[in-house]
Design a protein around this ligand. Structure first.
Ligand code: SAM
Length: 230
């Protein structure tokens, strides 16, 4: 449970160099307790990344962008980390340096990991549906969590959602539509986005749904500028 989860006190105290060693820059300060800085920040996050299909497909597509999978299951997190290490090694240390995975409960500690407006994309792919009404509070899209996504996303940034459960799709659309920080991305723009293709075809769940000839419901939402202070 959560008391075994490790999370930084604030984004600045997180030592990202362990996850993205190729992007670590030496701290010029003498203080060795200070975490090494990266030459750039994490920009893309995959919420509940599962076995890492999205990350592994996206990493070569956006080779200059640091991306992070967040996964609550310890063994699955470890699997994804080892998958990425192996891919780095197989590619002579050149590719996949921009992808990593950490164990986290994204319902609790997101602002501990990311600064305001740090992210350009948040992926929510085939989240657990939690069908029963009394379980709806466990859903990864909610009014409260949407405010955390809005905080971490920069204006113009995108929340990508996909699910095979129509009721969950409608739930996510309803909650994101209702949030003042988001507007739905129009259909033609969605279809032109390469990341949507990856989300549909390269996630483990996306493949499973295709094998079972199920439907996939996609919705994207853009982070709006905050209104000026009155
Ligand atoms: N996104 C992957 C895909 O499309 O193949 C995995 C989808 S799977 C149905 C949902 C994943 O979300 C599981 O791996 C689960 O452990 C993870 N998860 C559920 N709640 C979570 C939370 N609060 N924080 C992080 N991960 C979570």
């Amino acid at each position: 449970s959560d008391h075994t989860l490790e999370y930084p006190e604030s984004p600045d105290t997180m030592d990202w160099s362990l996850y993205y060693p190729a992007y670590a820059v030496e701290s010029t300060l003498e203080d060795s307790k200070r975490p090494a800085k990266l030459s750039k920040d994490v920009e893309v996050v995959d919420i509940g990344c599962g076995f890492g299909g999205l990350l592994v497909a996206l990493a070569p597509l956006l080779p200059e962008t640091l991306m992070l999978g967040l996964e609550i299951r310890t063994s699955v997190t470890q699997f994804v980390q080892e998958r990425i290490w192996a891919l780095r090694e197989q590619n002579g240390g050149t590719l996949y340096q921009n992808a990593a995975c950490i164990r986290a409960n994204t319902m609790k500690f997101l602002p501990n990991f990311f600064k305001k407006a740090q992210l350009s994309k948040i992926f929510i792919c085939f989240p657990d549906p939690h069908f029963k009404a009394r379980k709806h509070k466990a859903r990864i899209v909610s009014t409260t969590l949407n405010s955390e996504y809005a905080y971490a996303l920069r204006p113009g940034g995108i929340v990508y959602t996909i699910t095979d459960v129509e009721a969950l799709h409608l739930w996510m659309v309803q909650h994101l539509d209702a949030h003042p920080s988001f507007e739905r991305v129009p259909h033609d723009e969605v279809e032109k986005d390469d990341c949507v293709k990856v989300m549909r075809d390269e996630t483990e769940e996306g493949k499973k749904v295709a094998r079972n000839q199920g439907q996939k419901f996609v919705a994207l939402f853009r982070r709006l500028e905050d209104p000026p202070w009155e």
